[in-house]
Design a protein around this ligand. Structure first.
Ligand SMILES: Cc1ncc(COP(=O)(O)O)c(C=O)c1O
Length: 445
C-alpha cells in the first residue's frame, strides 16, 4: 500500500489520526486575523421554522467558504522545505479556491488539479487567485491520481481538502466560535461531504459544551457518510449530478470517518428538491446568496426533519456561497415551482376573437402574472374553433394558486394542472419525528 501512488501519509487507512481539541484551539489562534470570524446571528426565518435559529455565515469568507480555515492552518504548519516545493491538491471547488488564495498570500507555489467537468465558476477562480490550474480526468479520482504523480515528481505536498488532520483542525475553529457566539446552543447542524467540517466542529463544540447535539446533513444524492456509517466502513459511491456539488464526495475521509464515529449524534439525509427551496428562502428571507452545499442545513430544517429541535437554540452552518449564476437562476425557479408560486397548466379556450384575451383578463383579475403562453391548435380533439393554451403563471403561493384553479374550473370545461396533488407545505411539521429514533442515520422518506 505504501508504495501505491495514491498513498497519502496524512490520510493513511491503516493509521487514522485522532484529532485533538488542543490542536483545534492552536489552529484557531494560528489562523486568527487571516480568516474572518464570521457572524452567527439570529435568522429572520427563525419564528416561521419554530426554532431559536442562528446562522453561522461561513459564505462570508473572502473566497466564499469555510475552506480557508483548514487550508490556512495547514499551510502555516508546513516546513520551509515544503513551502519551497509548493502544494498541490485535486478538487472540484471551494478547497481549491481557498488554497489558491492563501498559498498566493503566503508566497507558496500552488497547483490545483480538477476534472474537466468541474464547475467553471469555481475552477477559474483558482487561476484568478494565482494557482496553476490543470484540468485532468473525468472524475475526481482520476484528477487525484494525476495530482499524486505530480506531487511525487516535483516533491510537492498534497493537501487533502477534507481529510488532512491540519485541515480538520482549522475547520474545528468554527465550533469554538459558535460556542462563544451562542453559548447556550442546544444543537449545531452541519453540512457533510468528506466530513472535515462536521468532524472539526463536533470535536471542538462537544469539548467546550458536551451536551451540544451535533447533526450532519447530506442530500439523497451525496450520502456517502450515511452509507459508510451504516456499513461501519468507508463506502465508495457514485455521485450523480447534484445541486450540492460542494458535498459530492464519493468516499469520506479516513481521519474524518475514524473521528466522527460515535461523536456525531445523527446524520440526516434531505431530498435535493428542498435544497433549491432553501437557496430561494435564504435569498428572500435572509438576503444571503448561498450554494447548494451551504444550504442543506436549512433545507433539512425546512423539510421538517428536526421535530425534536422545535423551540430549541439551533445553529445551522451556512458553509459556502460559490454558486454559479445559471444554477442560482434554476434553483430559484425550482424553488418557486416547488412552493406553488410558479404554476404550469393547460386550458382549452374558444379560438374566436377575444377567447384568449378573456383567459388573460381572468388571470389579471385575480392578480396572477402571466409568464408564458403557447397556443396549440393541431393536436387538439373536438371543436375546431377551440385552442389549447399551455400556460405558465406566477402566483403568491398555494392559497393564490388554489384561487386560480377554482376560477379556471368555474369558467372552462377542459383544463389540466401539473402536480397539484402534491402540497409540500402540508408535510412540514406534521411528519413523524425521524430524529427521535436512536438510529444514527435518518433518511427522508
Ligand atoms: C460549501 C461547502 N459546504 C460543505 C462542504 C463539506 O465539507 P467537508 O468535505 O469537509 O465535509 C464543502 C466541501 O467542499 C463545501 O464546499
Amino acid at each position: 500500500m505504501n508504495e501505491d501512488i495514491e498513498f497519502d501519509e496524512y490520510c493513511d487507512p491503516y493509521n487514522p489520526r485522532k484529532i485533538k481539541y488542543d490542536d483545534i484551539l492552536a489552529a484557531s489562534r494560528r489562523i486568527a486575523g487571516a480568516v474572518i470570524r464570521t457572524p452567527c446571528t439570529k435568522a429572520h426565518m427563525a419564528e416561521r421554522l419554530g426554532m431559536d435559529l442562528y446562522l453561522k455565515q461561513e459564505f462570508m469568507q473572502y473566497t466564499g467558504s469555510f475552506k480557508e480555515r483548514g487550508v490556512r492552518n495547514t499551510l502555516l504548519l508546513l516546513s520551509d522545505e515544503q513551502k519551497k516545493f509548493g502544494v498541490i491538491t485535486a478538487t472540484t471547488g471551494n478547497h481549491g479556491i481557498a488554497m489558491s488564495y492563501h498559498a498566493s498570500q503566503l508566497g507558496i507555489p500552488c497547483v490545483i488539479v480538477a476534472p474537466v467537468y468541474a464547475p467553471l465558476n469555481k475552477v477559474t477562480k483558482c487561476e484568478q487567485m494565482g494557482a496553476k490550474l490543470i484540468l485532468y480526468g473525468t472524475n475526481i479520482w482520476e484528477s487525484k491520481l494525476h495530482a499524486m504523480s505530480i506531487k511525487k515528481e516535483k516533491r510537492m505536498t498534497y493537501i487533502n481538502g477534507y481529510d488532512h488532520p491540519n485541515v480538520i483542525e482549522g475547520h474545528g475553529s468554527i465550533g469554538i466560535e459558535i460556542i462563544e457566539q451562542v453559548p447556550a446552543v442546544d444543537a449545531i447542524v452541519v453540512p457533510c461531504g468528506g466530513g472535515s467540517l462536521l468532524c472539526g466542529i463536533a470535536i471542538s463544540a462537544k469539548h467546550l459544551k458536551p451536551d451540544t447535539e451535533i447533526y450532519g446533513v447530506e442530500t439523497d444524492k451525496t450520502c456517502s457518510m450515511v452509507e459508510s456509517l451504516r456499513k461501519n466502513e468507508r463506502i465508495k459511491m457514485d455521485m450523480p449530478s447534484t445541486i450540492a456539488d460542494g458535498i459530492a464526495v464519493p468516499m469520506v475521509g479516513v481521519n474524518t470517518f475514524y473521528n466522527i464515529k460515535g461523536l456525531v449524534d445523527k446524520m440526516i439525509v434531505v431530498k435535493e428538491d428542498w435544497v433549491a427551496r432553501a437557496i430561494m428562502h435564504l435569498v428572500e428571507e435572509e438576503r444571503f446568496v448561498v450554494e447548494g452545499a451551504g444550504s442543506v442545513t436549512i433545507a433539512a430544517v425546512m423539510a421538517g426533519l428536526f421535530p425534536n429541535l422545535k423551540g430549541k437554540k439551533v445553529v445551522c452552518v451556512i458553509s459556502g456561497g460559490n454558486i454559479d449564476t445559471t444554477i442560482l437562476a434554476r434553483a430559484l425557479e425550482r424553488g418557486m415551482a416547488a412552493e406553488g408560486r410558479l404554476v404550469k397548466f393547460k386550458v382549452t379556450v374558444n379560438d374566436r376573437p377575444g377567447g384568449m384575451a378573456d383567459m388573460c383578463a381572468l388571470l389579471a383579475g385575480i392578480g396572477v402574472t402571466l409568464r408564458d403562453l403557447v397556443p396549440e391548435r393541431a393536436w387538439v380533439k373536438g371543436d375546431v374553433f377551440s385552442v389549447e393554451l399551455k400556460v405558465i403563471v406566477e402566483t403568491r403561493g398555494w392559497e393564490h394558486t388554489k384561487e386560480l384553479i377554482d376560477q379556471i374550473k368555474k369558467h372552462y370545461k377542459e383544463y389540466y394542472f401539473q402536480d397539484m396533488n402534491e402540497h409540500p407545505e402540508k408535510t412540514v411539521g406534521n411528519r413523524r419525528g425521524p430524529c427521535l429514533a436512536p438510529n444514527p442515520v435518518c433518511m427522508q422518506k
